[in-house]
Design a protein around this ligand. Structure first.
Ligand SMILES: [Zn+2]
Length: 298
């Protein structure tokens, strides 16, 4: 199977136009679909499938955000800001199949919103507002920071060992609101006895990844004082290792937004947490286990 990057110096060069948040969102989702399709094709080939047709990826300096000739740096013009986790398995540009100058990326463990993060966001909003149409919070499944926060919730006596420094504590503490939201939603759905089940920890980590992305999007919107129709739209979702998809629900049904608008109130946040619990519990047992199984050391 060949993946060919093809550069034609005589092809017409037109810069990509991203006029609004809707186009920015579609561009990211389509990019994630390209990434997913390519990885699936390679996986099929690895497993002995037929050799697929070569994939030709047209290359252009202009659409790749690269200098057209030596010394000609383009001005910075990302169409989206992405707040993601530092996890090495989730490189933001690769997951969305985007290139140079497309995304303004902030990465911090657990995709939590710290003051330096907010400073970078303020900078982006003030200086890149011409091109910026969308702000994305992207969590991911099997997140180590989320798992640490869940473990401090489930085993308070292990708290000091897990969050052994002030800096680590501040990170883990920021995720607690999402852990509590997820745990409350799970208890509301299945009753308090749920916490005795063997899958409880994994389920809680799986649900918290979604709720934590929603919390960061809610906080980010509040901190930046963004209201509807004013400035870039804020959306959130997670990258799932099993499906390779960016998604805002474990239910893979058409009509469920891949990235959804930030929740605006505590009630909307609680409703979202409950929706995720319902979605996970509606999967058959094997799918639920693979969606939530923990492959990380913790
Ligand atoms: Zn993570």
């Amino acid at each position: 199977m060949d993946v060919i990057y093809r550069y034609d110096p005589f092809a017409p060069m037109t810069a990509r136009q991203i006029p609004d948040a809707k186009t920015a969102l579609e561009t990211l989702v389509q990019g994630n679909d390209r990434f997913k399709q390519l990885v699936h094709l390679m996986q099929e080939r690895t497993l002995g499938g037929d050799n697929a047709e070569p994939i030709v990826v047209p290359m252009s300096l202009m659409t790749s955000g690269l200098p057209l000739f030596p010394g000609a740096m383009p001005s910075q013009s990302p169409f989206a800001v992405v707040l993601g986790c530092s996890d090495a398995r989730v490189p933001i540009e690769a997951v969305f199949d985007q290139s140079f100058n497309d995304l303004f990326v902030l990465r911090i463990a657990g995709n939590v919103l710290g003051s330096e993060c907010l400073g970078s966001l303020h900078y982006a909003l003030a200086n890149l507002k011409e091109s910026l149409k969308l702000i994305v919070v992207l969590g991911h499944s099997k997140c180590g920071a989320v798992t640490a926060a869940v473990d401090t919730h489930l085993s308070p006596d292990a708290y000091v060992n897990i969050a052994s420094t002030f800096a680590l504590r501040s990170l883990v503490d920021q995720i607690q609101i999402a852990v509590r939201g997820a745990s409350h939603a799970l208890e509301k759905y299945a009753g308090a006895a749920m916490s005795d089940q063997t899958m409880y920890r994994s389920l809680l980590v799986g649900i918290t990844a979604y709720v934590n992305a929603a919390v960061s999007a809610l906080e980010l919107q509040r901190e930046l004082r963004l209201s509807r129709g004013d400035g870039p739209q804020v959306v959130f979702g997670i990258y799932d290792f099993e499906t390779l998809r960016v998604q805002s629900s474990p239910l893979l049904k058409p009509g469920i937004p891949r990235l959804r608008p930030a929740v605006r109130t505590a009630t909307e946040l609680a409703d979202y947490a409950y929706e995720i619990v319902e979605a996970l519990m509606s999967l058959d047992e094997d799918d639920r286990e693979s969606a939530c199984k923990l492959t990380i050391q913790s």
